[in-house]
Structure formats: C-alpha cells, structure tokens
Design a protein around this ligand. Structure first.
Ligand SMILES: C[S@@+](CC[C@H](N)C(=O)[O-])C[C@H]1O[C@@H](n2cnc3c(N)ncnc32)[C@H](O)[C@@H]1O
Length: 158
C-alpha cells in the first residue's frame, strides 16, 4: 500500500454525506485542519495557518485530524483543552482503543460513537475503498467528567 493510501497518510477527507449528517446535529463553525479543497466549514485552517496554534474556544469544531505518526495525539489533546475553554469538538478518529492517548483523553469525552462498518474516505474528490481501520466519533463538550455515553451506530443512523 502506498503511503498516500496507508493509515499513515494525512489526506483522508471526510465524505460530504457523512459530514452533512453530523453537521445537522452539531452545527459546526470551524474545520481546524484541512486543505482549501477539503475544508468542511466556511472558517477553516490549513497547514499554513497551523490550526493547532489557533484559538477554538468559541467554536463548534469538526475535527478529522492528520493521520501521520505522532499527529493524532496532539490534536486530540488540543480538542480536549479547547473544550474546557468552551468549544464543542467532534473528533472523527480511528477507533484504536489500545493507544495511550485514547485512554488519556477519550475517556474524558462526553460521548463516543463507534461507527459500525468502515468509512469510505475521499481522496482527490473520489471516494476510495473502505479505510483500513475502523472509526469513531469522540465528542468533547467541555464537561470535564468521565464519559457519559457510548454507542455503536451505522453511518446511515448518525
Ligand atoms: C484527515 S485530513 C481532514 C481534511 C478535512 N478536515 C476533512 O475532514 O475532510 C487532515 C488535514 O489536516 C491538514 N493539516 C495537517 N497539519 C495541519 C495543521 N498544523 N494545521 C491545519 N491543517 C493541518 C492536512 O493537510 C490534511 O488536509
């Protein structure tokens, strides 16, 4: 598998139909990591802006963080910290429950939804075959409590 199609590539864009479903529940205002073409919100940050260095505290954030090694934990930590300042952050990440940051941060989320089946992410405007990893949604809403709700949903039921 080439690096572009491996789980270590950054460019796994969210399919628009999946994003639309989530947006109808959460009403997002910011995509903090994207390219100009993959941006999901009017307000967005690209690698040039460095979304990690920005303030998200007044935003409703849709976060599909870069997948390359070492990146995910930085973005999930940022999601958690910004939620404590007032942001709502919905993270779409691989359901790798064995990694340390999953335990460190995702257990502080208000909700986790494990997605049944695999997502067909988008590359160069084409939906590719199913991702080689399962995904989940981790929702930080600023309540620094232990996890309130865990569920499993098909994409169609999100
Ligand atoms: C998995 S893609 C998600 C794209 C889009 N948000 C979506 O869901 O379709 C992650 C994106 O983060 C971008 N990225 C990497 N580092 C970044 C940074 N420091 N600030 C903003 N964007 C960054 C990458 O270029 C890549 O396009």
């Amino acid at each position: 598998m080439s690096v572009h199609f491996s789980s270590n590539s950054n460019e796994w864009a969210t399919p628009q139909d999946l994003y639309n479903k989530l947006d109808s529940r959460f009403h997002f205002t910011l995509d903090p990591c994207c390219t100009k073409t993959s941006a999901k919100c009017k307000k967005f940050f690209t690698i040039k802006d460095d979304g990690l260095s920005k303030d998200w505290s007044n935003e409703r954030v849709f976060l599909n963080p870069p997948y390359s090694r070492g990146q995910q934990e930085k973005w999930i930590e940022k999601a958690y910290l910004e939620s404590l300042k007032g942001a709502l952050v919905v993270c779409l990440i691989p359901a790798r429950t064995e990694v340390k940051f999953f335990y460190d941060y995702c257990t502080k989320a208000s909700e986790i939804i494990f997605i049944v089946g695999r997502i067909k992410f988008v590359r160069e405007n084409i939906k590719i075959a199913c991702a080689p990893f399962p995904s989940c949604l981790v929702i930080f809403d600023g309540n620094d409590k232990s996890l309130l709700k865990v569920s499993w949903k098909k994409q169609i039921d999100l």
